[in-house]
Design a protein around this ligand. Structure first.
Ligand SMILES: NC(=O)c1ccc[n+]([C@@H]2O[C@H](COP(=O)([O-])OP(=O)(O)OC[C@H]3O[C@@H](n4cnc5c(N)ncnc54)[C@H](OP(=O)(O)O)[C@@H]3O)[C@@H](O)[C@H]2O)c1
Length: 213
């Protein structure tokens, strides 16, 4: 498959691109800084230069893909404005590009708490509102979308063991390695289209956990 990952130099995205390339896919990562290209190439991925906020459309990057993944984020150092332009706006732009270029499959890296953004503290609320709105947009788009909502991301080594749940409202950590492995598995499991699920570190092997959703 040809897969375009938006936010290609992100910590989850780079892990995902490496896995996809190892599996023989064409793994393309959308990055806004040319300085990040070498890291993608070292992971076996193809860097694609583009900007989620400043490019009017992402059609040119998405065209020809079999699937897109939204793994970008404005990050913890950013204010509410960039939650709207990246976490919401970028995700919406990616969905619009998929729709206009005939790409059916969309995998979203969302977050726990996006089911109840109003109850979050002041710092997290703008982020979770953006995530919730983006998820709603993608779900309503008619695309074959899977919404993955990980808990707190860590840089601990992955275990390949997770806990996933369609019942929302959980809490807990999950290594970025395992998030990437779940995303790679979901991309190869079209049956997961239409699902929204939370993801944590756990004790069930990824294929078994996702297949049971
Ligand atoms: N941190 C957590 O505990 C947590 C929990 C649940 C879900 N999540 C979500 O998980 C996802 C992945 O997290 P992560 O830690 O891997 O993220 P990350 O390392 O912060 O990566 C985010 C990427 O988005 C890119 N980006 C930002 N603005 C962009 C733009 N205008 N155009 C193109 N790319 C842009 C950044 O590129 P630059 O380097 O150029 O800025 C960066 O590479 C995010 O969606 C995050 O919201 C995080």
């Amino acid at each position: 498959m040809d897969i375009l990952v938006a936010g290609g130099h992100g910590k989850v995205a780079l892990r995902l691109l490496r896995l996809l390339a190892e599996q023989g896919h064409t793994a393309r990562g959308l990055i806004r800084s040319p300085q990040h290209a070498a890291d993608l190439e070292a992971a076996g991925a193809v860097p694609v230069l583009g900007d989620l906020e400043n490019d009017e459309t992402l059609d040119a990057y998405v065209r020809g893909a079999d699937a897109v993944v939204f793994a970008a984020g404005a990050g913890p150092g950013s204010g509410p404005g960039r939650k709207r332009t990246v976490d919401l706006g970028g995700a919406v732009k990616l969905a619009d590009a998929a729709l206009s270029t005939g790409v059916r499959r969309y995998v979203m890296v969302s977050s726990i708490g996006a089911d109840r953004p109003e109850s979050a503290g002041e710092t997290m609320r703008p982020y979770l509102l953006a995530k919730a709105e983006a998820d709603d947009y993608v779900r309503a788009s008619g695309l074959d979308a899977t919404i993955v909502r990980p808990g707190s991301l860590t840089d601990e080594p992955g275990t390949g063991l997770v806990r996933v749940s369609r019942e929302l409202g959980g809490r807990g950590p999950v290594p970025r390695d395992d998030v990437a492995a779940v995303l790679a598995y979901v991309l190869g499991a079209p049956r997961t289209a239409g699902l929204t699920f939370e993801l944590f570190g756990g004790d069930t092997p990824i294929p078994q956990a996702v297949d049971a959703l």
